[in-house]
Design a protein around this ligand. Structure first.
Ligand SMILES: Cc1ncc(COP(=O)(O)O)c(C=O)c1O
Length: 452
């Protein structure tokens, strides 16, 4: 039979995939090391397993023991998978910056999760690492994984990620680009590759706000500032970043990181987290300067599925003002409106009695009632206008909507830029939104003003 004995046998041995579209015009080849294809969906599965294997070997963890760690989520998932197979309990401390998907994932794997504020400074007891340390001290029969200092972390990449990349590229790799959170990936893989060929360049991708780049270039530890990309960068120096194996560090913004991760999905079919966007931005910056024969490998740190409520959501990107301008479509304005819980579309047919239509407007508390039949915008009941007419002749309320309605609202396709809706709204109090030819909603001047 061609079977595996348990899920742990699937850790590592991830494929290397060539990029073909994002790299158009570049002379160098660029390959994605697909760490998102590990069973837990990230580069951190490798270290989760290695840390536990080493702890068992060194007698640091006993049967029935509890594993404790401070994690941005992914190391927790790697540890929790290995712990599930091996029968250990887990307690993880995360910051409130981490996506809810990661917290739920860890709980689904049987772990306890404690969430602390991401604003806590490294010297405060609430800081996520300090909280994990305290829980480790207070929990009997526990093992504190300490990914930031534990040599089993970079060692996992020295033993597996480095050799895999070397073999997969037939030793042709010239540049390795990775992000730095704990530093395990870049330090272990970088060390292996440089031992094989000292001229391989190792490049770190670092979010603006993190301290690594300044420290590498000046030896000064600046005060970190907040950024949104998860799992990478630091506000303090960590032991597992081995700067001697890193040739250069490149800063990348949140906006570039997230938009690049979104492009990677749309153009290459590789669904990734935000830190992968950071790494790819740096990899492309490097690759643009290289000649034919150069071969760049970058890490796809984790899968995009755990960021569906974050940078893979247009609404979230817009809220954080990170969306590329051309993405502010009518669809996004409409989604933003209905995510507030408003009814999708209330309309009338032309043969409905006006009195009934007015009651409907009152029930839904709306001022504009579009008249629609067979997906065509035929007319409009405008509350202000019709009330004026009713004051003159109250029996109008017994007439049909078709007899009293005013001019129809324009219809704008959801794929159009929001500017198209705005142009229409200069002449009309509202526009109807169509999706593949079906009228699905209405945007009033107020809705669009609220959106822009
Ligand atoms: C999403 C994500 N990307 C990148 C990294 C960085 O990897 P490393 O800790 O090996 O530097 C991490 C680490 O937790 C991560 O969670």
């Amino acid at each position: 039979m061609n079977v595996k004995n348990n899920i742990l046998e699937l850790f590592g041995n991830t494929p290397l995939i060539r990029l073909n579209k994002i790299t158009k015009g570049l002379k160098a080849e660029v390959y994605a090391k697909m760490e998102s294809m590990n069973p837990g969906g990230s580069v951190k599965d490798r270290i989760g397993l290695n840390i536990i294997l080493d702890a068992e070997k060194n007698g640091l963890i006993k049967p029935g023991g509890t594993i404790i760690e401070a994690t941005s989520g992914n190391t927790g998932i790697g540890l929790a998978l290995a712990a599930a197979v091996k029968g250990y309990k887990c307690i993880f401390v995360m910051t409130d910056k981490c996506s809810v998907e990661k917290v739920r994932y860890l709980k689904a794997l049987g772990a306890d999760v404690i969430v602390v504020p991401s604003t806590a400074k490294p010297n405060s007891p609430e800081y996520y690492v300090n909280t994990a340390e305290r829980i480790a001290r207070e929990t009997p029969n526990s093992f504190y994984a300490t990914q930031y200092t534990n040599p089993s972390n970079p060692e996992a990449h020295y033993k597996t990620t480095g050799p895999e990349i070397w073999e997969q590229t037939d030793g042709r790799i010239t540049h390795f680009v990775a992000s730095m959170g704990t530093g395990g990936t870049i330090s272990g893989t970088g060390r292996f590759l440089k031992e094989k060929n000292p001229s391989v360049k190792v490049i770190g991708a670092d979010p603006y706000g993190s301290i690594f780049k300044t420290y590498k270039e000046s030896g000064i530890v600046i005060e970190g500032t907040p950024y949104l990309v998860e799992g990478i960068g630091q506000e303090r120096i960590v032991e597992n970043v081995h700067f001697q194996y890193i040739d250069e560090i490149i800063n990348i913004s949140d906006k570039d990181s997230f938009n690049m991760s979104r492009r990677l999905a749309r153009e290459e079919g590789i669904f990734s987290g935000g830190s992968t966007g950071t790494v790819l931005c740096a990899a492309l910056k490097v690759a643009r300067e290289l000649d034919k024969g150069s071969l760049v490998v970058f890490t796809v740190c984790d899968t995009g599925e755990r960021y569906l409520s974050k940078h893979h959501s247009d609404e979230w990107m817009r809220e954080k003002r990170l969306l590329e301008k051309d993405k502010t479509t009518v669809a996004l304005a409409y989604q933003t409106k209905i995510s507030g819980g408003l009814p999708r579309l209330v309309s009338a047919s032309p043969d409905e009695i006006l009195g009934d239509a007015l009651r409907k407007m009152e029930d839904y508390n709306i001022s504009y009632l579009p008249v629609i039949e067979s997906n065509k915008s035929l007319g409009l009941i405008d509350e202000a206008e019709i009330m004026g007419k009713l004051l003159d002749s109250p029996d109008l309320s017994n007439k049909t909507v078709g007899e009293v309605m005013s001019d129809p609202l324009p219809v704008v396709d959801e794929s159009e830029d929001i500017k198209v809706a705005i142009t229409n709204l200069k002449k009309s109090p509202a526009v109807l939104v169509s999706e593949y030819g079906n009228i699905v909603g209405i945007l009033t001047r107020y809705d669009v003003l609220d959106f822009v």
